[in-house]
Ligand binder design. Structure first.
Ligand SMILES: [Zn+2]
Length: 124
């Protein structure tokens, strides 16, 4: 499982440590991961659309262990391939934003009441 914030490429800028990063390019896809040569942590990933993802744990680690409100998740993506159910009120897109939403089997409840991808502009 990989919880992350997603940004447009021009919304992310490396402030320091560029010489301590290496890049892994997926052999069959367009995904790239940039990881720390010192500790191995993923610092940033780039998907096939050119969007950057920053691991939530990295952001929290740089904010005294807490995720700042402005970076807190607002949707779940690719929920159809989850490893476990997540019990929160966030919209859960089965795949990409704007596509079908997860419907809770027991209640028939659609998790869509808190926003849409369009509400994600603060993360872009
Ligand atoms: Zn490191």
């Amino acid at each position: 499982m990989y919880a992350a914030t997603i940004w447009r490429a021009n919304g992310v800028r490396l402030m320091c440590g560029a010489g301590k990063l290496n890049m892994f390019k997926h052999p069959n896809g367009q995904m790239q991961r940039h990881f720390c040569l010192v500790c191995g942590d993923v610092v940033c990933s780039t998907n096939g659309l050119g969007l950057k993802s920053i691991p939530n744990q990295l952001i929290a680690a740089n904010h005294a262990g807490n995720m700042p409100e402005r970076y807190r998740p607002t949707v779940h993506l690719h929920y159809s391939s989850r490893l476990m159910d997540v019990h929160d009120e966030l919209p859960k897109y089965l795949e990409r934003p704007g596509g079908p939403l997860y419907i809770e089997p027991a209640s028939g409840r659609v998790h869509s009441q808190l926003g849409t991808w369009g509400a994600q502009s603060r993360q872009a």
